[in-house]
Write a protein that binds this ligand. Sequence first.
Ligand code: SAH
Length: 222
Amino acid sequence: MIRSAQPPRAVDPRRLRERMVQEQLVRRGIEDPVVLEAMRTVPRHLFVQEALRAQAYEDTPLPIGYGQTISQPYIVARMSELLETRPGMRVLEIGTGSGYQAMVLAAMGCTVFTVERIRELYTVTSALLRHLKPRGIHTKRDDGTLGMPEAAPFDRIIVTAGGPEVPLPLVNQLEDPGILVIPVGGVRRAQRLLRVRKERGTVTTEDMGGVVFVDLVGNHGW
Ligand code: SAH
């Protein structure tokens, strides 16, 4: 037998993603075909630190530096599904972090406006997103609890960090009809995932279950 001098070939990321979709998402009840297809397409391994690439498709959040994390694949899919988006919608994301959630929403056909408060994450992620998808994602460094007034209103808003309340500026910048998905909790690192709907001037809130997110820090956060 001829032994190759090459190291063994890395596992095909597409196969890892297909397994992730089946075992972590479909099996747990994610049904939206647009969400599943986006999760199948976006190369999650490019959004984690190089040393953690081999773990990128595991059923867990991972550190991205500065005390922050990229959410578990299931949570990204679940929040994306709860948003009930349609292609062409304008979506505001608070908490860019790695940029993975923003990229999934863009792959679902949305135009994404995403805000990050930590300068270093903003810089690194903006460069990565420019490299992967020049159009469809707009990044900004700011306190996202104030929203992005210059681009409002938004059809959908997603907050990927947990604070003590639903920031009023976000409700105000939500289109009517519109949907806002946000983790909210009175103690840190333990929140309820809320889906807030604005319809004909009325705002209603549904509790979608318990979640654990990093802190939303800012004017209307911790
Ligand atoms: N959606 C991200 C999750 C990152 S973790 C991803 O797919 O990787 C949450 C992020 O929210 C962190 O990067 C944190 O710095 C950011 N964050 C916390 N408070 C914020 C605020 N007030 N405005 C904008 N970003 C905030």
